[in-house]
Design a protein around this ligand. Structure first.
Ligand SMILES: [Ca+2]
Ligand SMILES: [Ca+2]
Length: 252
């Protein structure tokens, strides 16, 4: 009986999954654990096209195909996401081998072709991540190629004055100013541009997509990156503890 209780407790503890370590200002978090539920807020998503699930950085992730017609996407809803020029942070773990000229990790707002545009997006351009505003306006780029088929944390932070920073794997890689940021509602599309244009097609995995209503600091971004190691370490600790106790019971 004791062994049964212990094993049940062990399985219960092991099932704890990573959630965003910084919760202040967290509006939405799509963990992609087999669904498009927003575990932080009310922006539950809808799967569009052929979005599938596979192994992520934490349990399951969204996987998006290599689309030549309309792109696979998760429409994350946008009920309580940052609007206007309000500060914000977008963060996601991504895994891609796609070499396209533009791959949208997400797009937020209303599609616009005019300067002072009202959509924000994180894109890959030939493996380099960039935080952009509008179609081709004000992209603040990183420096490291991340199209290597490994998981990477990419983060874009925006202050209300347009000051923008891009981080890769917890390290600051680019800063600049996006002119006239103005998100006037619209939608939040993961794995695609707002109009699901195959020309901006994302190919690969996206996991633990997070949106905050403030710009995270550099140390908070680093903590978010480093904290993903914790569940693996704690699982190892719990597994070791489990074996130790089972051995103890066997000896009796
Ligand atoms: Ca996940
Ligand atoms: Ca795609």
């Amino acid at each position: 009986m004791k062994k049964l209780i212990f094993c049940s407790t062990f399985l219960f503890l092991s099932s704890f999954l990573w959630a965003a370590p910084i919760t202040s200002g967290l509006i939405s978090e799509w963990q992609a654990e087999g669904n498009a539920t927003d575990s932080a807020g009310g922006n539950n998503g809808t799967l569009l096209g052929g979005v599938s699930f596979g192994p992520g950085i934490v349990d399951q992730a969204f996987f998006f195909g290599n689309n030549t017609s309309i792109a696979d996407a998760v429409n994350g809803g946008s009920g309580s996401l940052p609007l206007g020029n309000s500060a914000r942070t977008y963060a996601a773990w991504v895994n891609t081998t796609g070499t396209g000229a533009t791959q949208a990790v997400f797009a937020h707002g209303v599609l616009s072709a005019t300067p002072g545009a009202n959509d924000h997006l994180l894109i890959f351009s030939n493996g380099i991540v960039g935080m952009g505003n509008g179609q081709g306006h004000g992209v603040i780029a990183g420096t490291t190629r991340v199209d290597d088929g490994e998981w990477h944390l990419i983060v874009g932070t925006v202050e209300s004055n347009g000051a923008t920073a891009v981080y890769v794997d917890g390290a600051l890689e680019g800063t600049g100013t996006i002119t006239n940021p103005n998100t006037s509602g619209g939608s939040f599309m993961i794995g695609s541009s707002l109009n699901r244009d195959p020309g901006n097609d994302f190919f690969g995995g996206i996991d633990q997509m997070m949106v905050y209503n403030r710009a995270l600091s550099a140390s908070e971004v680093a903590l978010t990156f480093n904290s993903v190691i914790i569940p693996e370490a704690s699982s190892f600790f719990l597994a070791s503890l489990g074996f130790a106790v089972l051995l103890l019971f066997r000896k009796k």
